[in-house]
Design a binder for this molecule. Structure first.
Ligand code: C2E
Ligand code: MG
Ligand code: MG
Length: 582
């Protein structure tokens, strides 16, 4: 080394610059007044700003915080106290948190941002005052992304991207604390898609997944920004709405139901879903996360038990409900083999001539300890577990046996089918087998199905129904008006009877709307050549209005409650089963 170069080397400023420039680590030096004195190549590469632009300016912060890609700088000051932080960064320090080894400047917390870790080592003058700082910058974005990713996965559902149970519970807990302070209620909606297992089985899991994603999006679109829509597993979603009232919660439930009911495009055809929604509101229905979620969920199960497609508020006592449901579920497993099921029969009669035209077989279950459990409770459970198929087969067998006794009188026997039974590809063979076994003519049997069952996969339903129709078995559309009625499809189903849902009949004397709906159903049904039966007729007044609307037959307590076979025998023997004047 020549004396000249030796001298240069010893020039501390030059040496400092060389060291700073040669390191691959982004480094810059600032003075006490924030003026940049050194800005190395690595720093220029990282920020895209060359040394010529930076040295002599006070733009270090702007370099790291510039739009459009703001950076969250994590500033660690080596062993420096708060006074040093304030001296160097003053107003820039919007929030300070003590972190091991220094201070963290928290500015933005977006996972999309670039994350830089700035470690500043203060330079002290001879008198001990801070005269500047050497800052080393480390890009820790990939660590941060990884951290975010892990956190995201732990708190979100992979399929729909919605918050999961853990995150929702967390937010609910937070909302409840806040609500307690503000004395405002917090609402929880538990949304269960009806019969979704059947969708998965019938259309396959990939299609099921697509429908779930779509349903998730539709629910998201129903809520306000601050609300949370979470996926709680399989086909269940939970919405946290805060703060809210009973009215806003009910209208949110209606919006969700309407959004979910619109058709889903599945490959070349449309599919339909209905949902059951349970609502709970703090503090009336509970003030803890577990209470509110349980109450909303058990209200949702009550809706499902009433065949779904609606919403109900929690009635309180959710815990007790849940315990009984568990007992019912486990007792149900053995019900068939223990012969605890029986059938009751309810007559239907013509509105004009007052004659009994047939019966509907209705399943009953009486358990030695649980007592008699309503079908609206146990049938959805049988459906969920798939047991409805064997129980349904038993129902068909028993109903056909009973039908044979009345065939001479030209009376038919209606049996309710479950979606799972309808999706059995060999359903027509099974029915044929039952008819053959009892030597029964096919037209003594009528199968009742609902719109929502058909709409789930109309094309397949049409195939099955056509096969049944060509065998001579009659088909009826049950609970008409409660599902998503696609009138254009109605024409294509070989259905001979439409049963107007009880809910319209019960309001027909008081609600002009319901009366007009029934009138429209009768007109439309007749124009398609279908017979119209009104369900749940309880009063003479209702009967008269229905007669006026041109309805063909009625079923309901006015005529008779459902009864066991021996009582049916008595009922039919007494010449009483006539309706009012023809
Ligand atoms: P559904 O097929 O609509 O049957 C009519 C329901 O209305 C029956 O309830 C019947 O007891 C009730 N009902 C009849 N007349 C009146 C009336 O005037 N007023 C009132 N308030 N109610 C009346 P149930 O027996 O509790 O059955 C409920 C539902 O369970 C049935 O509705 C049907 O969907 C289902 N179900 C019953 N048996 C079977 C079965 O064997 N298989 C299947 N898959 N479902 C069944
Ligand atoms: Mg029915
Ligand atoms: Mg019905």
């Amino acid at each position: 080394m020549s004396p000249f170069s030796m001298q240069i080397w010893e020039d501390s400023e030059f040496r400092l610059t060389q060291i700073i420039e040669s390191t691959p680590l982004p480094i810059f030096v600032i003075g006490a007044d924030h003026t940049i004195t050194h800005w190395n190549r690595a720093c220029a590469a990282l920020t895209g700003l060359p040394a010529e632009r930076m040295i002599g300016t006070r733009d270090a912060w702007r370099a790291f915080y510039r739009e459009p890609r703001p950076v969250l700088a994590n500033l660690v000051l080596d062993g420096a106290g708060e006074d040093v932080v304030r001296t160097l960064y003053g107003a820039k320090v919007r929030a300070c948190a003590t972190v091991p080894g220094g201070w963290e400047v928290i500015d933005r917390a977006e996972s999309r941002n670039r994350w830089l870790n700035l470690t500043a080592t203060p330079i002290f003058g001879l008198d001990g005052s801070v005269i500047g700082a050497v800052e080393t910058v480390r890009d820790i974005s990939s660590d941060k992304y990884y951290e975010f990713e892990l956190q995201y996965r732990a708190t979100h559902d992979q399929l729909t991207g919605l918050p999961n149970r853990a995150l929702l519970s967390d937010r609910l807990d937070h909302a409840l604390r806040q609500a307690d302070r503000d004395r405002k209620p917090v609402g929880v909606l538990c949304v269960g898609l009806d019969g979704f297992k059947l969708v998965n089985e019938g259309l396959g899991h990939p299609t099921g997944d697509r429908l779930l994603k779509e349903a998730a999006q539709r629910l998201r679109a129903c809520v306000r920004d601050g609300d949370t829509v979470a996926r709680f597993g399989g086909d269940e979603f939970v919405i946290l709405a805060e703060p809210t009232s009973r009215e806003t919660l009910a209208s949110l439930a209606e919006r969700c139901l309407a959004a979910l009911a619109a058709p889903y495009q599945v490959e070349s055809h449309e599919s339909f879903l209905t949902a059951s929604v349970g609502l709970a509101l703090s503090p009336d229905d509970g003030a803890t996360v577990a209470d509110l979620l349980n109450r909303a969920e058990s209200a949702m199960h009550r809706v499902k038990a009433q065949r779904g497609g609606g919403y109900l508020f929690s009635e309180g006592g959710g815990q007790e409900d849940a315990t009984r449901r568990v007992a019912i579920r486990s007792a149900l497993v053995k019900a068939l083999e223990r012969r605890e099921f029986s059938l009751h029969f309810q007559p239907k009669g013509g509105l004009r001539d007052g004659r009994i035209t047939g019966f509907e077989a209705l399943l009953r279950w009486s358990h030695p300890l649980l007592g008699s459990v309503p079908p609206s409770t146990f049938i959805p459970m049988l459906e969920e577990t798939g047991r409805i198929v064997e129980v349904g087969e038993w129902v068909i067998d028993q109903a056909v046996a009973e039908a044979v006794r009345w065939r001479g009188a030209g009376l038919s026997m209606a049996v309710n089918l479950s979606a799972r039974q309808l999706w059995q590809t060999d359903l027509p063979e099974r029915i044929a087998h039952a008819l053959l076994k009892h030597d029964a003519p096919p037209d003594c049997l009528e199968l009742e199905i609902t719109e929502s069952m058909l709409m789930r996969d109309p094309e397949q339903a049409i195939q099955t129904l056509k096969a049944l129709d060509s065998m001579g078995v009659r088909l009826a559309l049950d609970d008409f008006g409660t599902g998503y009625s696609s009138l254009s499809y109605l024409k294509r189903f070989p259905i001979s009877t439409i049963k107007v849902d009880r809910s319209f009949v019960s309001e027909i004397t008081t609600s002009r709307d319901d009366l007009e709906i029934v009138r429209a159903i009768v007109t439309l049904g007749h124009s398609l050549g279908r017979k119209i039966v009104a369900e749940g007729v309880e009063t003479e007044e209702q009967r008269q209005i229905l007669a006026g609307l041109g309805c063909d037959e009625i079923q309901g307590w006015l005529l008779s409650r459902p009864m066991p076979a021996d009582a049916l025998e008595c009922f039919m023997r007494q010449e009483g089963p006539r309706l009012g004047p023809a």
